[in-house]
Design a protein around this ligand. Structure first.
Ligand code: NDP
Length: 297
């Protein structure tokens, strides 16, 4: 049976390191500052934003939350971002997506100063990652966290391993593929037009599933001993728990895949907790750069 990769534990380790380093930075006169902006009242977004602000506080950061009404204009949002770009007490700026339809999300993301873009979505950071400048880029948090989990089970030398990333989104699939490529894996990126996905996955030493389809990746798609990283978070009905109840599953059939995989992330408790931990780690890196000190690895 596969080793279950405990993302919650790894995330706690990351957060403990961030908290220590944050205290050391504060003693030097630089307290890491994270600003989170939310526009509108989407309940899921509010939960995410509240948990990010809470974690930032727990890490000893200055944590600022800007909650703006749904009718906020694009110009006003850009004005706020400009102010935060110029604020020397803020080292990370995060705009919670999705934004209301009348706002051009792309334009808003590009308004963030690249050196404060702790989500890693600006062209400057995407370009750095794409050209292999992994150490100076801000890498998007979910793939960065997934990579850390892979390294925990396979060590830091991934040279020559075959990796298949299922999904090509800008937030997960593409940056994940670039990270694995920078680590000298042979990378294939699969998507909805890919032919014979099962055979492709069977060739992989590392499978990363970021699709958004419950339990799509089946157990017999997984090569013996492969590392399986399940990024998906899908809520499905769970009548066995009672009427109207639901449960979370990933993009991988966990039961089936566990029989073949060497190691696998559960859902929940795998990649999920890593995302927020890496956001804190990126903010610490940003503040460390300002303070002229090296952030802990
Ligand atoms: P997107 O919807 O942006 O991308 C999904 C990708 O999956 C697309 O590239 C799509 O292909 C591909 N795809 C869809 N159907 C198939 C199929 N049948 N076969 C192969 N590929 C397919 O999703 P995200 O990348 O944003 O998110 C993916 C999952 O990860 C979701 O479940 C999301 O909830 C979760 N997630 C989890 C996070 C965490 O913190 N753990 C953070 C972010 C996301 P095409 O491009 O051709 O349409």
């Amino acid at each position: 049976m596969a080793e279950i990769i405990d993302g919650k534990k790894v995330a706690e380790d990351v957060l403990a390191t961030v908290k220590n380093a944050s205290e050391a930075l504060t003693a030097k006169g630089v307290t890491p500052g994270l600003a989170v902006i939310i526009v509108g009242e989407d309940p899921a977004s509010q939960v995410y934003v509240a948990s990010k602000s809470k974690k930032a506080n727990e890490c000893g950061f200055k944590s600022v939350q800007h909650t703006l009404p749904a009718e906020t204009s694009q110009a006003d949002l850009v004005k706020l971002i400009d102010e935060l770009n110029a604020d020397s007490t803020i080292h990370g700026i995060l705009v919670q997506l999705p934004l209301p339809d009348h706002i051009d999300s792309g334009a808003i993301i590009q308004a963030i100063a690249p050196e404060k873009d702790v989500d890693g979505f600006t062209f400057a950071n995407v370009g750095k990652l794409g050209t292999g400048e992994v150490n100076t880029a801000f890498v998007p948090c979910t793939p960065a966290g997934s990579m850390l989990l892979i390294e925990r089970v396979r060590g830091s030398d991934l040279s020559g391993l075959n990796a298949v990333v299922v999904g090509r989104s800008n937030i997960v699939g593409k940056p994940m593929a670039n990270l694995l490529l920078a680590a000298n894996c042979t990378v294939t990126v699969a998507h909805s037009r890919t032919k014979d996905l099962p055979a492709l996955c069977r060739s992989a030493d590392i499978v990363v599933a970021a699709v958004g389809r419950p339990e799509m990746v089946k157990g017999d798609w997984i090569k013996e001993g492969a590392t399986v990283i399940d990024v998906g978070i899908n809520r499905i009905p769970a009548p066995e728990k009672g009427e109207g109840k639901s449960r979370l599953v990933g993009d991988v059939d966990f039961e089936g895949a566990s029989k073949n995989a060497g190691a696998i992330t559960p859902v929940p408790g795998g990649v999920g907790p890593m995302t927020i931990a890496m956001l804190m780690a990126n903010t610490l890196v940003s503040a460390s750069r300002v303070a002229g000190v090296e952030a802990p690895k």
